[in-house]
Ligand binder design. Structure first.
Ligand code: FAD
Length: 382
């Protein structure tokens, strides 16, 4: 099913992304998930197919387009590629690059963005710390200015693509307590003192790497500071609505996949002498799955259109993310139930989707933080 906002251009994008995913992802995706990694060459292959650059300006090597194209492409990658871990790993630039596009100077944009969009470099966004991720304004990684350098010390955790990243967009404290003291700075792999302290094992998203990163007196040139000192929080906030809608779109795609698998299964699986699709409870469960899926798709549709029209959508994006993440958890759980014992086996796709779905009410801002935002922005509760 397509979004209402889609045009013939989106349909063509779907076809080309689907071809890439069917040929280059689907045959291998189950093995990559089990191996908890995908080949690094995939970045170049995705770039060659024009996928990495979707949503980025052509002057920095992108293929143009906007949030709507990103959501549609991400949906096709998930539906045809059948590996959430691979897609989120391949897509870590979608959170690392936007702060540079928003606040970086032209030299920084030219230096950091084109190599990523060509699939030559891998990047990550590092905000969350072991002491807490929700309260971004209180992060503790410190960057102290010393002449032409910043000296950085601290630890980041749960960083997607952190193990393989060639550079990270790092959130640091350069000033006073609170959000006004935060800045963003790019730290490149190989800078003395910057290391991957742990590769983390997870419930789902297995094919993507997730790292704990250590910064031990790392000296980074001031040229790597993105925007003004103290503007980091504001820059991060500017991208949150889009990031959350992208995550909501992923939930819609994952649920679509779980529903499709379930529809195939209930027609072929028999119990008590007939296909389980014949039981009313099965039919009603599938009807509920499809209905909730459609409602989430409608919310993503509205939120994307309003965001692209320039409206402030922080509250609506939070509502959309919560609705889509809960829907996705419900649909994946129902899909496992409909599959019976097979749904609990590692060989079945719905088992993996059920685990992958669990991240979405946590990552990119938790359900509770989204509700806080909704209370403030939509209900004006201060
Ligand atoms: C697989 C994975 C990938 C990730 N990738 C990245 C990445 O690439 N880059 C990055 O920077 N981070 C990343 N994260 C981190 C993610 O953004 C954080 O996990 C998330 O923001 C929550 O932070 P926390 O885990 O520290 O939980 P906490 O902030 O400690 O929250 C714990 C619980 O307390 C609740 N809580 C907190 N504050 C409130 C409040 N005011 N009111 C009510 N309840 C509250 C939370 O909702 C949650 O239920 C990733 C996480 C995972 C699991």
């Amino acid at each position: 099913m397509a979004y209402f906002f889609e045009t013939e251009e989106h349909a063509a994008l779907r076809r080309s992304v689907r071809r890439f995913a069917e040929e280059q992802l689907a045959p291998y995706s189950a093995d990559w998930e089990e191996a908890e990694s995908f080949p690094v060459e995939l970045y170049a292959a995705a770039a060659e197919a024009g996928i990495t650059g979707i949503g980025y300006p052509e002057e920095y090597g992108g293929s143009g387009g906007d949030l709507s194209h990103l959501i549609v492409a991400s949906e096709e990658l998930l539906l045809a590629g059948r590996s959430v871990g691979t897609i989120v790993g391949l897509g870590s630039h979608s959170i690392a690059v936007p702060p540079i596009l928003i606040a970086g100077n032209d030299e920084q944009k030219q230096r950091f963005i084109p190599p990523v969009l060509r699939g030559e470099k891998i990047c990550a966004l590092a905000v969350t710390e072991p002491g807490g991720g929700s309260d971004v304004a209180r992060l503790r990684t410190r960057a102290v200015r010393e002449g032409d350098f910043y000296r950085i010390s601290g630890t980041k955790t749960f960083i997607t693509s952190g193990v393989r990243a060639d550079w990270v967009t790092l959130a640091v404290r350069t000033g006073e307590e609170g959000h006004g003291g935060l800045s963003l700075i790019v730290v490149e792999r190989g800078t003395p003192g910057f290391s991957v302290s742990r590769a983390l094992k997870k419930t789902g998203w297995w094919a993507s790497d997730t790292a704990e990163l250590m910064f031990d007196d790392v000296r980074v040139p001031v040229e790597n500071l993105i925007g003004e000192e103290g503007s980091g929080f504001f820059t991060m906030m500017q991208n949150f609505a889009s990031e959350r809608l992208l995550l909501a779109g992923q939930c819609v795609a994952i649920a679509e996949l779980a529903l499709a698998e379930s529809l195939i299964w209930v027609r072929q699986r028999e119990a008590f002498g007939r296909p389980i699709a014949g039981f009313q409870v099965t039919r009603h469960r599938l009807a509920e799955m499809a209905t909730r899926l459609r409602a989430s798709r409608a919310m993503v549709n509205e939120a994307v259109q309003r965001t692209l029209a320039g409206e402030s959508t922080a509250g609506l994006a939070a509502m959309t993310k919560n609705t889509a993440t809960d829907m996705c958890s419900f649909v994946c759980d129902a899909a496992v139930q409909l599959h019976g014992g097979y749904g609990y086996m590692r060989e079945s796709l719905v088992e993996r989707l059920y685990r992958d779905a669990r991240l979405y009410p946590i990552g990119g801002g938790t359900r509770e933080i989204m509700n806080e935002l909704i209370a403030k922005m939509e209900l004006e509760l201060g």
